[in-house]
Design a protein around this ligand. Structure first.
Ligand code: PLP
Ligand code: COI
Length: 341
């Protein structure tokens, strides 16, 4: 194995083409065996379901080099389960989670030279997705689909790495009650593009979305769930049917309770409570845990006491424990780590 000649430590969160990707086709009511291919381009009909009616769902997970040199992924079975749920909601045929994990393993193995070495701060991002590939012009699901997995080495999602970011409350909604906010569908991200460009133009790093019905409760950002820390070190995360059930957030809640002995609460979080919290962070595969220093709300600023210089102490402990588990420095709960090689 010879690692690719990449300056791993200066990677941002971008796309770099790697050698192999996995493809399985759905035709005549069944998924094909699947194979690794070299061509990174997808050729589909101009009237494909994905192009006309956004019929596509995806996942995101990472492969890590552990302290002892293995390549592993983190809880890929949960990504497989979530993709099944997302697909069902958009009338996409389910790609079974066992085959999903197998495809992830094969794709990472085939691109092992792109898995960043331990200690570089970079990881291999894995992007499984399914899309409607056959033509549809009336509004209905496609008959044919592709399931694909590609990989790309990435660094931190936010430029400053672990430096606290500033977010603003969005005036637009991302997800409707009883809509699709709880699944990982491309359409949810299309819904957030105007807001993210506008936020960046105005000097903010991300948007905080409130619940669309009452605009009184905290939901999530465009690409991560929230965690908040109270004065007495309780870890609080928003509960809502219209946010993505983050695997990072579920893992952090377990880590907080069982590794760090902290109290955890998964409940509705009122926007008006924000100023009671002492730390705030975004959590997700891409974001890992990114500290939030400040929330801007139409001329008012909510500044968390942890400040704009570094992560607050509880967020820091959560970060170290979670990444310690992922990198093999801390023993993982049973079934969390899938060793690839
Ligand atoms: N929320 C949204 C909207 C996301 O896109 C993501 C990223 O996957 C998350 C939350 C975090 O989920 P996970 O921790 O499973 O990556
Ligand atoms: C992930 O964390 O995997 C996501 O899909 C979020 C996206 C904003 C990159």
């Amino acid at each position: 194995m010879t690692k690719k000649n990449i300056d791993w430590s200066s990677l941002g969160f971008g796309y770099i083409k790697t050698d192999k990707r996995f493809v399985s086709d759905y035709k005549d009511g069944k998924w094909s065996e699947g194979r690794l291919i070299e061509d990174a381009n997808v050729v589909i009909n101009e009237c494909a379901g994905v192009l006309q009616y956004a019929q596509t769902v995806f996942e995101g997970l990472k492969a890590y080099t552990t302290v002892d040199g293995h390549i592993v992924t983190f809880r890929p079975d949960l990504n497989g389960e979530r993709l099944e749920m997302s697909a069902a909601r958009l009338e996409i045929p389910v790609y079974p989670k066992e085959k999903f994990v197998d495809a992830v393993v094969k794709t990472v193995e085939a691109n092992a030279d792109y898995v960043p070495p331990y200690g570089t701060g970079a990881t291999l991002y894995v992007r499984p997705y399914i899309f409607g590939s056959s033509s549809v012009i009336g509004v209905k699901p496609a008959d044919e689909y592709q399931f694909r997995v590609f990989t790309t080495p990435v660094g931190p999602y936010f430029k400053g790495g672990a430096k606290p970011i500033t977010i603003r409350v969005s005036d637009y909604d991302r997800a409707a009650p009883h809509g699709t906010g709880h699944i990982k569908a491309g359409l949810n991200y299309a819904m957030s593009l105007y807001q993210i460009v506008d936020a960046h133009n105005k000097g903010f790093d991300e948007n905080m979305y409130l619940d669309a019905a009452t605009r009184t409760k905290v939901e999530e950002t465009g690409g991560a769930n929230f965690i908040f820390i109270t004065k007495d070190n309780t870890v609080v995360t928003p509960k809502s049917d219209s946010i993505l059930p983050s695997i990072t957030r579920r893992s952090l809640m377990y880590v907080a309770e069982h590794y760090l002995g902290l109290k955890v609460e998964h409940r509705e979080v009122k926007f008006s409570e924000l100023s009671d919290f002492v730390e705030c962070g975004l959590c997700g595969t891409a974001a890992v845990i990114s500290p939030v220093g400040k929330v801007y709300d139409h001329g008012k600023e909510i500044c968390f006491p942890a400040g704009m210089e570094k992560m607050g102490p509880v967020t820091q402990k959560l970060y170290e424990t979670l990444t310690g588990i992922q990198m093999g420095k801390i023993e993982a709960p049973e079934g969390w780590i899938k060793v690839i090689k």
